[in-house]
Write a protein that binds this ligand. Structure first.
Ligand SMILES: [Zn+2]
Length: 217
């Protein structure tokens, strides 16, 4: 059972379908493991549907009507719907992450304790990657230029704010600095969604920044 969940505003955006693809994918993996958020999200959609049904119909001009009718022929966008029977619509890579199959991913070694596997998800504005941290290993201290979503898939890690285990969801804002350390007992695998690359702050690790596609600082 997860102890750390997406905040209400994120879950609301997820439920409304307005989150960018990579962030929605991360939350959908959390929700698969979290009954608490499943319930919240389905309550939110019920409230949303009730509000929608209470809207008074408005007369529309021909132009608007035509444009709406034209959109009916468009291909439906990828859906991360919560319903059981929609699971087949979930991209294969997400199904694998949910089932814990990380076997033949392409891992890049970044230092002694860290490997990263970048996953293409079709969301050019976000980096969607798996981090594999060796038991007891530490990710160098870093700041974020943007936000960072982390979901623990295996093992656990801790930072100055707490200790996180399988299923836990952590959201960091640009001003947050942290240096996650994997638990001692087992390796940690996390899913991370970034809207800007990490920036390592410790002098020893500055050299790593170019490897992580960063501009020189
Ligand atoms: Zn949750």
């Amino acid at each position: 059972m997860a102890n750390f969940h997406p905040e209400t505003d994120l879950l609301t955006e997820y439920t409304a379908g307005s989150l960018p693809l990579a962030q929605a994918a991360c939350i959908s993996v959390h929700i698969q493991h979290c009954e608490h958020c499943q319930q919240l999200s389905s309550q939110m959609s019920e409230v949303g549907a009730a509000l929608f049904n209470n809207l008074q119909p408005q007369a529309v001009g021909d132009e608007l009507l035509d444009s709406v009718l034209a959109r009916l022929d468009e291909e439906a966008p990828l859906s991360y719907a919560k319903a059981e029977d929609d699971r087949n619509a979930t991209p294969a890579i997400l199904q694998r992450l949910m089932s814990g199959d990380f076997s033949d991913l392409n891992w890049k070694k970044i230092g002694a304790a860290l490997r990263i596997s970048y996953i293409k998800l079709g969301d050019p504005k976000h980096e969607f990657a798996l981090y594999h941290i060796k038991a007891g290993g530490r990710i160098p201290e870093h700041t974020h230029r943007g936000t960072e979503m982390t979901l623990v898939l295996e093992g656990g890690f801790s930072d100055a704010d707490g200790t996180y285990h399988k299923g836990d969801f952590i959201f960091r804002r640009p001003e947050d600095v942290h240096a996650p350390t994997a638990v001692q007992s087992e390796d940690c695998i996390c899913l991370a969604v970034l809207d800007a690359p990490l920036k390592f702050t410790g002098w020893k690790f500055r050299w790593m920044n170019p490897f992580l596609k960063l501009k020189a600082v």
